[in-house]
Design a binder for this molecule. Structure first.
Ligand SMILES: *[C@@H]1O[C@H](CO)[C@@H](O)[C@H](O)[C@H]1NC(C)=O
Ligand SMILES: *[C@@H]1O[C@H](CO)[C@@H](O)[C@H](O)[C@H]1NC(C)=O
Length: 321
């Protein structure tokens, strides 16, 4: 349109007309130009608008996923002999922790600041401790390669009860106080009745059409299930309604820095705890000498296709004897 109106001008100029009509013709040309400028401007705006809507909806459709990293705001000592499988925060700077490995599995009440184990319940040597969560006065724990779980008193950690669950294995536990959320190392998030231990519902956890396998330690934070993904430095934030991954917390620096500092024997990132009153997030790992309070920072740069999949997704873990 702009090009057409430019072409018209020389033709008019080479076609002399009486003064009056020339003036009116100029006005006409002027108004033609105004119209075309207006038209091209509105077309441009429309195109930009459409592009904005398209890229916004494309962005929301394709990702709708938040990406965050963690900045360490506090470091606390952690028992480097604790093969952390379950972790949670209770009031008064107290953590409850469940540890694994045969012959070394325990449930423990830990002072956040000193890392000191205040109460310890050693498990039978035939058991491998896994996920832990607290409902009221009772701690619930699952065990690896078994469908047997245990309930302990939160104060003295004495064993109150044993239960059998319906998951394929026992990996992670979390709760909203009413329902137990469980993981069994697969991509399934289970909702379990804490009195009957029946599965109420379950979802397959998914990210961009991929199943998220190896769901491990769990925590409920602001209505989202946060899950360590075994063998990665990633935490998936999962919608307990539909199993969709709402976001990723990517923390490779914690493990890498511990190794760089000479802690060669450490295992993977595992263990998330949430202080809902002071809004503090704690993370640690298996055999890590430290436990960290982290603040989450949005990652501004966009990831190339496949980078998050490579960092945070693994093939299903298969245990072979
Ligand atoms: C936390 O500490 C306060 C003050 O010492 C005490 O009154 C309260 O019972 C403690 N809560 C728990 C759960 O231990
Ligand atoms: C632990 O606490 C529970 C509940 O208060 C109580 O019934 C039990 O006797 C206690 N066990 C020990 C060994 O103190």
């Amino acid at each position: 349109m702009g090009a057409k109106s430019l072409k018209r001008r020389p033709i008019k100029q080479h076609n002399p007309e009486p003064q009056a009509s020339m003036a009116s013709s100029r006005r006409k040309i002027g108004s033609h130009r105004k119209v075309s400028v207006l038209l091209s401007a509105s077309l441009t705006i429309a195109v930009i608008g459409l592009f904005a809507i398209w890229s916004y909806s494309r962005h929301n459709f394709e990702s709708g996923v938040s990406y965050e990293m963690g900045r360490v705001v506090n470091e606390f000592p952690h028992d480097s002999d604790a093969f952390t499988q379950g972790l949670l925060y209770a009031e008064n700077d107290t953590l409850f922790e469940s540890t694994g490995l045969y012959g070394k599995s325990t449930v423990r009440k830990v002072n956040l600041h000193t890392g000191k184990v205040e109460v310890l319940q050693k498990m039978d040597d035939s058991l491998f401790g896994e996920g832990l969560t607290l409902i009221g006065e009772r701690l619930f724990q699952v065990t690896w390669l078994q469908k047997t779980g245990f309930i302990y008193d939160r104060d003295n950690l004495s064993k109150l009860q044993q239960f059998t669950h319906e998951m394929k294995d026992g990996w992670g536990l979390a709760t909203d106080g009413k329902v137990l959320y469980g993981s069994d190392g697969s991509s399934t998030l289970y909702h379990i009745d804490p009195s009957t231990f029946k599965v109420i519902s379950k979802q397959v956890v998914h990210f961009k059409g991929h199943q998220v396998h190896n769901l491990n330690e769990l925590e409920l934070i602001n209505g989202e299930i946060w899950a360590n993904v075994y063998m990665t430095d990633c935490i998936a934030k999962i919608s307990p309604k539909d199993g969709r991954v709402l976001g990723w917390v990517v923390l490779p620096n914690l493990r890498q820095e511990l190794i760089a500092a000479g802690n060669n024997g450490i295992d993977v990132l595992n263990g998330i705890a949430w202080d809902s009153e002071q809004k503090r997030v704690f993370v640690t790992g298996k055999l890590w000498p430290k436990l960290y309070e982290i603040k989450l920072l949005p990652i501004k740069k966009s990831f190339e296709e496949g980078v998050i999949e490579q960092l945070c997704l693994r093939n299903p873990f298969r245990f072979t004897t």
